[in-house]
Design a protein around this ligand. Structure first.
Ligand SMILES: [Zn+2]
Length: 397
Protein backbone atom coordinates (compact mmCIF):
# COMPACT_ATOMS: atom_id res chain seq x y z
CA UNK A 1 0.00 0.00 0.00
CA UNK A 2 1.15 3.49 -0.70
CA UNK A 3 0.93 6.26 1.78
CA UNK A 4 -1.69 8.88 1.04
CA UNK A 5 -0.50 12.38 1.69
CA UNK A 6 -1.92 13.65 4.91
CA UNK A 7 -5.31 15.20 4.51
CA UNK A 8 -5.01 17.79 7.21
CA UNK A 9 -4.59 21.50 7.10
CA UNK A 10 -1.11 21.00 8.47
CA UNK A 11 -0.38 18.44 5.79
CA UNK A 12 -0.63 20.86 2.89
CA UNK A 13 3.12 21.03 2.36
CA UNK A 14 3.02 17.29 2.31
CA UNK A 15 0.23 17.12 -0.21
CA UNK A 16 2.16 19.19 -2.71
CA UNK A 17 5.50 18.94 -4.43
CA UNK A 18 8.08 16.34 -3.51
CA UNK A 19 7.04 14.34 -0.49
CA UNK A 20 9.67 12.54 1.57
CA UNK A 21 9.24 8.73 1.46
CA UNK A 22 6.80 8.98 -1.42
CA UNK A 23 8.31 7.96 -4.71
CA UNK A 24 8.00 10.45 -7.57
CA UNK A 25 8.40 9.70 -11.28
CA UNK A 26 11.76 10.64 -12.79
CA UNK A 27 10.14 12.20 -15.89
CA UNK A 28 6.87 13.78 -14.67
CA UNK A 29 5.77 14.74 -11.14
CA UNK A 30 3.18 12.02 -10.53
CA UNK A 31 3.87 10.15 -7.30
CA UNK A 32 2.57 7.42 -5.04
CA UNK A 33 -0.40 9.52 -3.97
CA UNK A 34 -1.82 7.98 -7.19
CA UNK A 35 -2.63 4.51 -5.81
CA UNK A 36 -2.10 2.66 -9.08
CA UNK A 37 1.20 4.24 -10.13
CA UNK A 38 3.83 1.80 -11.45
CA UNK A 39 7.49 2.60 -12.16
CA UNK A 40 9.76 0.97 -14.74
CA UNK A 41 13.51 0.26 -14.25
CA UNK A 42 14.33 3.88 -15.17
CA UNK A 43 11.93 5.16 -12.52
CA UNK A 44 9.46 6.34 -15.18
CA UNK A 45 5.77 5.96 -14.41
CA UNK A 46 2.72 4.58 -16.23
CA UNK A 47 1.04 8.03 -16.20
CA UNK A 48 3.51 9.87 -18.43
CA UNK A 49 4.04 6.72 -20.51
CA UNK A 50 0.26 6.69 -21.01
CA UNK A 51 0.46 10.31 -22.16
CA UNK A 52 2.94 9.38 -24.90
CA UNK A 53 0.79 6.46 -26.04
CA UNK A 54 -2.28 8.70 -26.28
CA UNK A 55 -0.33 11.37 -28.10
CA UNK A 56 0.99 8.87 -30.63
CA UNK A 57 -2.53 7.53 -31.21
CA UNK A 58 -4.55 10.75 -31.34
CA UNK A 59 -2.22 13.56 -32.30
CA UNK A 60 -0.64 13.68 -35.71
CA UNK A 61 3.10 13.93 -35.35
CA UNK A 62 3.89 15.89 -38.48
CA UNK A 63 2.28 19.13 -39.56
CA UNK A 64 1.00 17.91 -42.95
CA UNK A 65 -0.78 14.95 -41.35
CA UNK A 66 -2.26 17.20 -38.69
CA UNK A 67 -3.60 19.62 -41.32
CA UNK A 68 -5.07 16.72 -43.26
CA UNK A 69 -6.89 15.32 -40.20
CA UNK A 70 -8.20 18.75 -39.26
CA UNK A 71 -9.45 19.51 -42.80
CA UNK A 72 -11.16 16.15 -43.02
CA UNK A 73 -12.92 16.62 -39.67
CA UNK A 74 -14.06 20.15 -40.62
CA UNK A 75 -15.35 18.84 -43.98
CA UNK A 76 -17.44 16.16 -42.26
CA UNK A 77 -18.66 18.67 -39.73
CA UNK A 78 -19.77 21.20 -42.37
CA UNK A 79 -21.47 18.52 -44.42
CA UNK A 80 -23.41 17.44 -41.33
CA UNK A 81 -24.67 20.97 -40.63
CA UNK A 82 -25.80 21.99 -44.10
CA UNK A 83 -28.99 24.06 -43.88
CA UNK A 84 -28.73 24.30 -40.10
CA UNK A 85 -28.56 27.49 -38.10
CA UNK A 86 -25.25 26.49 -36.51
CA UNK A 87 -22.42 24.16 -37.50
CA UNK A 88 -21.58 22.80 -34.08
CA UNK A 89 -21.68 23.28 -30.33
CA UNK A 90 -18.65 24.61 -28.49
CA UNK A 91 -18.78 23.98 -24.74
CA UNK A 92 -17.48 27.08 -22.97
CA UNK A 93 -16.40 27.09 -19.32
CA UNK A 94 -14.40 30.30 -19.53
CA UNK A 95 -11.09 28.45 -19.04
CA UNK A 96 -8.21 28.75 -21.54
CA UNK A 97 -8.85 25.39 -23.23
CA UNK A 98 -12.52 25.97 -24.04
CA UNK A 99 -12.03 29.67 -24.85
CA UNK A 100 -9.32 28.77 -27.33
CA UNK A 101 -11.57 26.12 -28.88
CA UNK A 102 -14.17 28.79 -29.58
CA UNK A 103 -11.62 31.19 -31.08
CA UNK A 104 -10.20 28.51 -33.38
CA UNK A 105 -13.66 27.29 -34.42
CA UNK A 106 -14.55 30.80 -35.60
CA UNK A 107 -11.14 31.21 -37.26
CA UNK A 108 -11.78 28.01 -39.21
CA UNK A 109 -14.99 29.49 -40.60
CA UNK A 110 -17.43 27.58 -38.40
CA UNK A 111 -20.68 28.99 -37.02
CA UNK A 112 -20.65 27.62 -33.49
CA UNK A 113 -23.24 27.96 -30.76
CA UNK A 114 -21.34 28.51 -27.51
CA UNK A 115 -22.89 26.64 -24.59
CA UNK A 116 -22.20 27.52 -20.99
CA UNK A 117 -23.44 26.02 -17.76
CA UNK A 118 -23.89 28.31 -14.79
CA UNK A 119 -23.97 26.49 -11.47
CA UNK A 120 -23.81 29.64 -9.39
CA UNK A 121 -20.06 29.45 -8.68
CA UNK A 122 -18.62 31.27 -11.67
CA UNK A 123 -15.92 33.72 -10.70
CA UNK A 124 -16.49 37.29 -11.81
CA UNK A 125 -13.35 36.92 -13.88
CA UNK A 126 -14.88 33.98 -15.75
CA UNK A 127 -18.14 35.87 -16.42
CA UNK A 128 -16.16 38.76 -17.90
CA UNK A 129 -13.92 36.47 -19.94
CA UNK A 130 -16.94 34.70 -21.45
CA UNK A 131 -18.81 37.94 -22.17
CA UNK A 132 -15.77 39.54 -23.85
CA UNK A 133 -15.08 36.47 -25.91
CA UNK A 134 -18.54 35.90 -27.40
CA UNK A 135 -19.00 39.63 -28.02
CA UNK A 136 -15.68 40.02 -29.84
CA UNK A 137 -16.27 36.85 -31.87
CA UNK A 138 -19.93 37.66 -32.57
CA UNK A 139 -21.02 34.19 -31.45
CA UNK A 140 -24.41 33.22 -29.96
CA UNK A 141 -24.22 32.03 -26.37
CA UNK A 142 -26.65 29.66 -24.67
CA UNK A 143 -26.31 29.72 -20.89
CA UNK A 144 -28.10 27.14 -18.80
CA UNK A 145 -28.64 28.31 -15.24
CA UNK A 146 -29.24 25.79 -12.48
CA UNK A 147 -31.27 27.38 -9.71
CA UNK A 148 -29.11 27.99 -6.68
CA UNK A 149 -31.27 26.25 -4.00
CA UNK A 150 -31.29 23.13 -6.16
CA UNK A 151 -27.54 22.96 -6.87
CA UNK A 152 -26.84 23.85 -3.25
CA UNK A 153 -29.10 21.02 -2.06
CA UNK A 154 -27.35 18.54 -4.36
CA UNK A 155 -23.93 19.69 -3.20
CA UNK A 156 -25.08 19.39 0.44
CA UNK A 157 -26.03 15.77 -0.26
CA UNK A 158 -22.65 15.06 -1.92
CA UNK A 159 -20.82 16.60 1.05
CA UNK A 160 -22.94 14.56 3.48
CA UNK A 161 -22.07 11.45 1.44
CA UNK A 162 -18.31 12.15 1.81
CA UNK A 163 -17.66 11.12 -1.80
CA UNK A 164 -14.57 12.51 -3.53
CA UNK A 165 -16.01 13.77 -6.81
CA UNK A 166 -18.37 16.62 -5.93
CA UNK A 167 -17.68 17.93 -9.44
CA UNK A 168 -19.64 15.06 -10.95
CA UNK A 169 -22.52 17.48 -10.43
CA UNK A 170 -21.02 20.20 -12.60
CA UNK A 171 -19.57 17.83 -15.20
CA UNK A 172 -22.77 15.80 -15.54
CA UNK A 173 -24.87 18.93 -16.02
CA UNK A 174 -22.33 20.33 -18.48
CA UNK A 175 -22.43 17.15 -20.58
CA UNK A 176 -26.24 17.17 -20.48
CA UNK A 177 -26.54 20.78 -21.62
CA UNK A 178 -24.10 20.30 -24.49
CA UNK A 179 -25.85 17.16 -25.77
CA UNK A 180 -29.32 18.71 -25.37
CA UNK A 181 -28.38 21.77 -27.39
CA UNK A 182 -26.76 19.62 -30.09
CA UNK A 183 -29.93 17.49 -30.32
CA UNK A 184 -32.18 20.56 -30.30
CA UNK A 185 -30.45 22.10 -33.36
CA UNK A 186 -29.82 18.77 -35.06
CA UNK A 187 -26.05 19.14 -34.78
CA UNK A 188 -23.65 16.20 -34.89
CA UNK A 189 -20.56 17.78 -33.40
CA UNK A 190 -19.69 19.07 -29.96
CA UNK A 191 -16.25 20.67 -29.97
CA UNK A 192 -14.84 20.53 -26.48
CA UNK A 193 -11.74 21.95 -24.85
CA UNK A 194 -10.83 18.48 -23.57
CA UNK A 195 -7.35 17.72 -24.90
CA UNK A 196 -4.22 15.69 -24.54
CA UNK A 197 -1.77 18.63 -24.43
CA UNK A 198 -2.95 19.93 -21.05
CA UNK A 199 -4.93 16.93 -19.75
CA UNK A 200 -3.24 13.92 -21.32
CA UNK A 201 -1.80 12.68 -18.04
CA UNK A 202 -4.81 10.84 -16.61
CA UNK A 203 -6.39 11.82 -13.33
CA UNK A 204 -5.99 8.70 -11.14
CA UNK A 205 -9.23 6.71 -11.02
CA UNK A 206 -9.71 7.09 -7.28
CA UNK A 207 -9.63 10.89 -7.60
CA UNK A 208 -12.65 11.05 -9.95
CA UNK A 209 -15.96 9.41 -10.56
CA UNK A 210 -17.72 8.47 -13.76
CA UNK A 211 -19.44 11.59 -15.08
CA UNK A 212 -22.68 10.24 -16.63
CA UNK A 213 -23.76 8.57 -13.40
CA UNK A 214 -27.23 10.08 -12.94
CA UNK A 215 -28.18 7.24 -10.62
CA UNK A 216 -25.34 8.19 -8.29
CA UNK A 217 -26.54 11.81 -8.26
CA UNK A 218 -30.19 10.91 -7.65
CA UNK A 219 -29.30 8.17 -5.16
CA UNK A 220 -27.05 10.39 -3.06
CA UNK A 221 -29.58 13.22 -3.17
CA UNK A 222 -32.40 10.91 -1.96
CA UNK A 223 -30.32 9.31 0.73
CA UNK A 224 -29.34 12.66 2.27
CA UNK A 225 -32.58 14.59 1.84
CA UNK A 226 -31.49 16.54 -1.25
CA UNK A 227 -33.84 18.06 -3.82
CA UNK A 228 -35.61 16.42 -6.75
CA UNK A 229 -34.00 17.36 -10.07
CA UNK A 230 -35.78 20.28 -11.77
CA UNK A 231 -33.40 22.77 -13.36
CA UNK A 232 -30.45 20.39 -13.01
CA UNK A 233 -30.11 18.87 -16.50
CA UNK A 234 -28.92 15.38 -15.54
CA UNK A 235 -27.61 12.87 -18.07
CA UNK A 236 -27.53 9.09 -17.56
CA UNK A 237 -25.42 6.40 -19.19
CA UNK A 238 -28.34 5.43 -21.43
CA UNK A 239 -29.10 9.09 -22.34
CA UNK A 240 -25.48 9.37 -23.41
CA UNK A 241 -25.72 6.17 -25.44
CA UNK A 242 -28.88 7.48 -27.12
CA UNK A 243 -27.20 10.79 -28.07
CA UNK A 244 -24.19 8.95 -29.48
CA UNK A 245 -25.89 6.04 -31.24
CA UNK A 246 -29.35 7.40 -32.21
CA UNK A 247 -28.61 11.11 -32.68
CA UNK A 248 -25.10 10.40 -33.98
CA UNK A 249 -23.55 13.18 -31.92
CA UNK A 250 -19.76 13.17 -31.67
CA UNK A 251 -17.82 14.66 -28.77
CA UNK A 252 -14.61 15.99 -30.30
CA UNK A 253 -11.50 16.81 -28.29
CA UNK A 254 -10.99 19.70 -30.67
CA UNK A 255 -7.62 20.97 -29.46
CA UNK A 256 -6.05 17.61 -30.32
CA UNK A 257 -6.57 18.59 -33.99
CA UNK A 258 -4.55 21.77 -33.49
CA UNK A 259 -0.95 22.35 -32.49
CA UNK A 260 -2.18 23.44 -29.07
CA UNK A 261 0.21 25.25 -26.76
CA UNK A 262 -1.47 26.69 -23.73
CA UNK A 263 0.96 29.57 -23.21
CA UNK A 264 0.55 30.77 -26.81
CA UNK A 265 -3.23 30.49 -26.56
CA UNK A 266 -3.25 32.52 -23.36
CA UNK A 267 -1.11 35.21 -24.96
CA UNK A 268 -3.51 35.66 -27.88
CA UNK A 269 -6.60 35.51 -25.65
CA UNK A 270 -5.14 38.18 -23.38
CA UNK A 271 -4.01 40.40 -26.23
CA UNK A 272 -7.02 40.18 -28.55
CA UNK A 273 -9.98 39.26 -26.34
CA UNK A 274 -9.42 41.13 -23.06
CA UNK A 275 -8.96 37.75 -21.39
CA UNK A 276 -7.70 37.69 -17.80
CA UNK A 277 -5.83 34.52 -16.73
CA UNK A 278 -6.50 32.39 -13.63
CA UNK A 279 -3.73 31.23 -11.27
CA UNK A 280 -4.28 27.50 -11.94
CA UNK A 281 -6.07 25.21 -14.36
CA UNK A 282 -9.88 25.00 -13.90
CA UNK A 283 -9.95 27.98 -11.55
CA UNK A 284 -12.67 29.73 -13.55
CA UNK A 285 -15.18 28.58 -10.94
CA UNK A 286 -14.78 29.62 -7.31
CA UNK A 287 -15.95 26.19 -6.21
CA UNK A 288 -13.52 24.35 -8.49
CA UNK A 289 -10.75 26.53 -7.18
CA UNK A 290 -11.67 25.79 -3.57
CA UNK A 291 -12.37 22.12 -4.26
CA UNK A 292 -9.05 21.52 -6.04
CA UNK A 293 -7.02 23.89 -3.90
CA UNK A 294 -8.43 23.03 -0.47
CA UNK A 295 -11.04 20.26 -0.13
CA UNK A 296 -9.18 17.75 -2.30
CA UNK A 297 -5.75 18.13 -0.68
CA UNK A 298 -6.97 18.44 2.93
CA UNK A 299 -9.90 16.04 3.01
CA UNK A 300 -8.94 13.54 0.32
CA UNK A 301 -5.14 13.79 0.12
CA UNK A 302 -5.26 14.55 -3.59
CA UNK A 303 -3.49 17.31 -5.54
CA UNK A 304 -4.66 17.73 -9.12
CA UNK A 305 -1.82 20.11 -9.90
CA UNK A 306 0.34 17.00 -10.25
CA UNK A 307 -1.41 15.48 -13.31
CA UNK A 308 -2.08 18.95 -14.80
CA UNK A 309 1.56 20.07 -14.53
CA UNK A 310 2.79 16.63 -15.61
CA UNK A 311 0.80 17.06 -18.85
CA UNK A 312 2.57 20.37 -19.48
CA UNK A 313 5.97 18.70 -18.92
CA UNK A 314 5.08 15.94 -21.37
CA UNK A 315 3.78 18.50 -23.88
CA UNK A 316 7.18 20.22 -23.75
CA UNK A 317 5.79 23.44 -22.27
CA UNK A 318 7.56 23.50 -18.90
CA UNK A 319 10.52 21.73 -17.32
CA UNK A 320 10.12 19.15 -14.54
CA UNK A 321 11.90 21.57 -12.16
CA UNK A 322 9.39 24.30 -13.01
CA UNK A 323 6.51 21.87 -12.44
CA UNK A 324 7.91 20.80 -9.07
CA UNK A 325 8.24 24.44 -8.10
CA UNK A 326 4.66 25.22 -9.15
CA UNK A 327 3.28 22.19 -7.28
CA UNK A 328 4.91 23.25 -4.04
CA UNK A 329 3.13 24.89 -1.14
CA UNK A 330 -0.52 25.81 -1.14
CA UNK A 331 -2.51 25.82 -4.39
CA UNK A 332 -3.33 29.50 -3.91
CA UNK A 333 -1.27 32.62 -4.62
CA UNK A 334 -1.44 33.39 -0.87
CA UNK A 335 -2.80 32.11 2.47
CA UNK A 336 -5.03 35.15 2.53
CA UNK A 337 -6.73 34.27 -0.75
CA UNK A 338 -7.18 30.68 0.39
CA UNK A 339 -8.82 31.77 3.62
CA UNK A 340 -10.98 34.24 1.73
CA UNK A 341 -12.28 31.41 -0.51
CA UNK A 342 -12.88 29.22 2.55
CA UNK A 343 -14.99 31.92 4.18
CA UNK A 344 -16.83 32.54 0.90
CA UNK A 345 -17.60 28.81 0.61
CA UNK A 346 -18.88 28.53 4.19
CA UNK A 347 -21.05 31.62 3.81
CA UNK A 348 -22.46 30.64 0.41
CA UNK A 349 -23.31 27.11 1.62
CA UNK A 350 -24.70 28.51 4.88
CA UNK A 351 -22.36 26.35 6.98
CA UNK A 352 -21.00 26.94 10.46
CA UNK A 353 -17.30 26.54 11.27
CA UNK A 354 -18.19 23.44 13.26
CA UNK A 355 -19.97 21.87 10.28
CA UNK A 356 -17.01 22.63 8.03
CA UNK A 357 -14.55 21.12 10.48
CA UNK A 358 -16.71 18.04 10.90
CA UNK A 359 -16.85 17.58 7.11
CA UNK A 360 -13.09 17.95 6.79
CA UNK A 361 -12.51 15.37 9.53
CA UNK A 362 -14.84 12.64 8.27
CA UNK A 363 -13.27 9.89 6.14
CA UNK A 364 -13.96 9.46 2.43
CA UNK A 365 -16.75 7.11 1.28
CA UNK A 366 -16.59 5.45 -2.15
CA UNK A 367 -19.14 6.58 -4.76
CA UNK A 368 -20.32 3.02 -5.30
CA UNK A 369 -21.42 2.72 -1.70
CA UNK A 370 -24.42 4.54 -3.20
CA UNK A 371 -26.56 3.59 -6.22
CA UNK A 372 -24.48 3.78 -9.41
CA UNK A 373 -24.50 3.12 -13.16
CA UNK A 374 -20.77 2.35 -13.26
CA UNK A 375 -21.26 -1.34 -14.12
CA UNK A 376 -23.59 -0.53 -17.03
CA UNK A 377 -21.11 2.09 -18.19
CA UNK A 378 -18.30 -0.47 -18.26
CA UNK A 379 -20.41 -2.83 -20.38
CA UNK A 380 -21.35 -0.04 -22.79
CA UNK A 381 -17.70 1.01 -23.10
CA UNK A 382 -16.89 -2.44 -24.44
CA UNK A 383 -19.75 -2.09 -26.93
CA UNK A 384 -18.52 1.35 -28.03
CA UNK A 385 -15.01 -0.01 -28.50
CA UNK A 386 -16.26 -2.89 -30.59
CA UNK A 387 -18.27 -0.44 -32.73
CA UNK A 388 -15.29 1.95 -32.78
CA UNK A 389 -17.53 4.76 -31.56
CA UNK A 390 -15.86 7.84 -30.21
CA UNK A 391 -17.72 8.87 -27.10
CA UNK A 392 -15.03 11.27 -26.03
CA UNK A 393 -14.40 12.06 -22.42
CA UNK A 394 -17.51 10.48 -20.99
CA UNK A 395 -15.50 8.00 -19.10
CA UNK A 396 -13.37 8.53 -16.01
CA UNK A 397 -11.86 11.67 -17.41
ZN1 LIG B 1 5.74 9.89 -15.00
Amino acid sequence: MTRRSVATRHGIEDAAGLIPNVRTCARCIMDETADDIVFDEQGICNYCTGFLAKKAKHIALDEAERQRRLASMIDDLKRSSRGKRYDCIVGLSGGVDSSWSLVKAVELGLRPLAVHMDSGWNSELAQNNIANLVRTLGVDLHTHVIEWPEIRGLMEAFFAADVIDVEVLYDNAMLAVNYRQAAKYGLKYILAGTNIATEGVDIPKRWNWYKSDKRNIVGISRRFGGPKLRTFPAISTLDTARYVIVNGIRWISFLDYLDYKKAEALEVLTRDFGYKPYPHKHYESVFTRFYQGYLQPYKFGVDKRKPHLSSLIMNGEISREEALRRAQGIAYPSEKEMESDRLYFIKKMGWSEAKFEDYMRRPEMPHDDYPSEAALHQRLLQLYRSLDLKVGRLTWS
